[in-house]
Design a protein around this ligand. Structure first.
Ligand code: TXA
Ligand code: MG
Length: 319
C-alpha cells in the first residue's frame, strides 16, 4: 500500500468514517488521525507509530461545543483560554467522559483536547460525527513532520491517505496546559507563547517541573535525529571520530570561520517564529545529508525560544 495524497477534505473524511487512519495537516505539525470513538482505529495509531500505549493521545475537534460533549466539565479559565486561542496551538487537559476510551488517555481520567487551526482539517472535522485522536505523524521518538512529504517518507506505506495542507505554519507542537490548584500548569511548551497565555489567563501560569505534573509523553530524549546533535559545544569538544564533517545549525547568522556550505540557518530574518517553522524540516534535511555530527546553537529565550530549545535539548545527545 502507498498512501493516497489528497487535498480533498471530503475524500480524507471517507477513510476516517470507515475506521481507517489518515494523516492530517495542522498549524503545528501533521497528525496521524483516527476516530477517537473507535478503539480499533485508536489501536492502529499506536501500532503505526510504534508508540507505547502509556503515552496518551490528543483529541481534535472543530468547536468548543463539541469538546463539551466528551468532557465532564470545562472549568472557567480553561474555557476562556480555549475561546481566546482556538482554533490554535493550545491543548487543554480536561476531565473525560466515559465514552472517551481509556486507550486514548492511557488510563488517565483526563483527556487532552485541541481545535487545530488549519482550514482543510477544520473542514474535515466538521464532516465527522466523532472527534479524532491524533498524535504527531512520525515514528515514535523521531522528528515530527511539518509537510505531507515528511509523512509520506516515513508512514506512506502504513496508512491509506495523507491530507496535504502544505507546510505547517507554526512548526512545533501545541502548548499543553491543565488548570489545577488555582493555577494553569504548562505540561508541554509549544507553539503558543506562554506570555500570551498569561496575558489572557485569570490564574497564574506556571511551568510543570516534576514528571508527575508534566505530560506522560515528555520523554527526556525525543525528536532525535540519527546524526548526533550536540548543543552549545565547540568543534574541539566533540569526539574526534565525529568531528571530521560537522554541520552547524545556526539561529540567524553564519559563523564567519566556517564554510557556508556546512551551515544551515533556522531564521534568516532573525524571527523566532521563523526558527520554529523551519526547525523540524531542517533537522530532517541535516539528518539526510552525510554529516558526521551536527553542532547546534541555542535560540534566544524569548517568545517561542524556550519551546524550540526544549526540542533541541531533547534531540541532542549532550544535554
Ligand atoms: O500540536 C500538537 O499537539 C500535535 C498535533 C498533531 O495536534 N500533536 C501532538 O501529539 O504533538 P503527540 O501525541 O505527539 O503529543 C501529545 C502529548 C504527549 O506528550 C502526551 O503525553 C500528552 O500530549 N498528553 C496527551 N493526553 C494527555 C493527558 N490526558 N494528560 C497529560 N498529557 C497528555
Ligand atoms: Mg509527538
Amino acid at each position: 500500500m502507498q498512501a493516497k495524497i489528497t487535498t480533498s477534505a471530503i475524500e480524507a473524511a471517507k477513510y476516517l468514517i470507515e475506521g481507517q487512519n489518515v494523516a492530517i495537516p495542522t498549524e503545528t505539525v501533521y497528525g496521524l488521525a483516527g476516530n477517537a470513538y473507535n478503539e480499533q482505529a485508536v489501536l492502529n495509531i499506536f501500532a503505526i507509530k510504534n508508540r507505547p500505549k502509556f503515552d496518551p493521545l490528543i483529541v481534535h475537534t472543530h468547536s468548543i461545543e463539541q469538546i463539551e460533549r466528551f468532557v465532564k466539565s470545562l472549568p472557567a479559565v480553561s474555557k476562556s483560554l480555549l475561546e481566546s486561542f482556538s482554533p490554535g496551538p493550545l491543548t487543554v487537559v480536561l476531565h473525560k467522559r466515559d465514552h472517551i476510551s481509556d486507550l486514548v488517555t492511557s488510563g488517565l481520567p483526563n483527556v487532552a483536547v485541541r481545535i487545530p487551526n488549519h482550514p482543510l482539517t477544520l473542514e474535515l472535522l466538521r464532516q465527522l460525527d466523532f472527534p479524532v485522536a491524533a498524535p504527531s505523524a512520525n515514528p515514535f521518538t523521531y522528528v515530527s513532520p511539518t509537510s505531507a512529504e515528511h509523512v509520506n517518507q516515513q508512514l506512506g506505506r502504513k496508512i491509506p491517505c495523507i491530507l496535504n495542507g502544505g507546510p505547517c505554519q507554526v512548526g512545533i507542537e501545541s502548548t499543553i496546559i491543565r488548570e489545577a490548584d488555582d493555577k494553569v500548569w504548562v505540561l508541554r511548551l509549544g507553539g503558543l507563547d506562554i506570555d500570551e497565555l498569561q496575558a489572557k489567563s485569570n490564574k497564574p501560569v506556571e511551568l510543570a517541573k516534576t514528571v508527575e505534573e508534566a505530560s506522560p509523553g515528555n520523554f527526556s530524549k525525543h525528536y532525535a535525529t540519527k546524526t548526533p546533535l550536540y548543543m552549545g559545544l565547540e568543534l574541539s569538544q566533540i569526539p574526534v571520530e565525529q568531528a571530521e564533517n560537522v554541520a552547524y545549525l545556526r539561529f540567524s547568522d553564519y559563523k564567519p570561520e566556517v564554510e557556508k556550505s556546512k551551515q544551515i540557518i533556522l531564521a534568516p530574518d532573525g524571527q523566532i517564529t521563523t526558527a520554529a517553522k523551519n526547525l523540524f524540516s531542517i533537522l530532517r534535511e541535516l539528518d539526510q545529508s552525510s554529516f558526521s555530527a551536527i553542532i547546534g546553537e541555542w535560540i534566544p529565550e524569548t517568545g517561542l525560544g524556550p519551546a524550540i530549545n526544549d526540542r533541541l535539548r531533547r534531540a541532542s545527545i549532550n544535554c
